[in-house]
Design a binder for this molecule. Structure first.
Ligand code: HPA
Length: 258
């Protein structure tokens, strides 16, 4: 079974794993990603901002990225997101297995179904993340010395600017726990493609207004990211009995024409 890790800020390789570059041409554009070497040859690594972080969150070609995974026959993926903490109980350096998201982005294409020849479909996003992968990830965490919060609502903003303190106060009232700029499209597009998809947020700062100014925490982060990636790969490689809605969540109203 082909599996994938999708990562962003500060994760451009996987410690201890050889990565071979690969370019996939999709109907939406080309994507540069990697296939891992033996003994992890089933693993694809996708740096969502590109190999050198040249693409900002609002310019990422989310459809091309996710379609490339589908074209490589990826069936399950775990995504890692750097976030700011909104909830006072989730300090920087926390890991959160996301269980919901709020999408405040604008102008991003979040579907493969755009009508006409591409068809019309409505995709079920409750729950938004693969329940099997989430359960497995949490079950394996302690083996890697990781403490992962089992719930958290991700607020997706458009970026690339940080939020204002007023915006963060509003997101807190709406139920947001952490904030980032990339999470909503990947979850939605993965579900449309029938890819099992779950996500872990790694908090790197208190969100705007929670401290006098934004301060990115770097101490101990490399070790945390490295353990988290090891956990994600371990989880993906050992999960094969899926019991979730991911494969049958697209309700097609008007089928696409080939
Ligand atoms: N806001 C939005 N995105 C982020 C933040 C933040 O505070 N920290 C890391 N990604």
């Amino acid at each position: 079974m082909t599996i994938a890790i999708i990562a962003g800020t500060d994760i451009y390789s996987i410690p201890g794993i050889t990565l071979h570059p690969l370019t996939v041409k999709t109907p939406y554009g080309s994507v540069d990603l990697y296939r891992a070497g033996d003994p992890h040859a089933q693993l694809i690594f996708l740096p969502r901002h590109g190999p050198t972080h040249a693409t900002p969150p609002h310019r990422i070609n989310y459809r091309a990225n996710m379609k490339a995974l589908a074209m490589l026959e990826v069936e399950a993926a775990l995504a890692v997101y750097a976030v700011g903490s909104i909830h006072p109980d989730i300090p920087p350096k926390s890991l959160i297995a996301l269980d919901d998201f709020l999408d405040f982005t604008t102008g991003r294409i979040s579907t493969f179904y755009e009508g006409g020849n591409t068809g019309v479909a409505h995709t079920i996003m409750s729950p938004p993340y693969c329940s099997t992968l989430r359960k497995q990830l949490l079950a394996h965490a302690s083996q890697f010395g990781l403490n992962i919060r089992s719930t958290g609502v991700y607020v997706c903003t458009n970026g690339p600017r940080f939020e204002t303190p007023g915006e963060i106060r509003a997101y807190a009232k709406l139920g947001g726990d952490v904030v980032g700029m990339t999470g909503a499209q990947e979850a939605t597009l993965a579900r449309e493609l029938g890819i099992h998809f779950a996500a872990v947020a790694i908090s790197i700062n208190w969100a705007a207004g929670m401290e006098p100014s934004i301060r990115i925490v770097s101490e101990g982060m490399d070790e945390l990211r490295s353990s988290l990636l090891a956990l994600c790969i371990h989880t993906l490689e050992r999960t094969n009995a899926y019991n979730c809605i991911c494969n049958h969540a697209v309700l097609v109203t008007h089928p696409p024409k080939a």
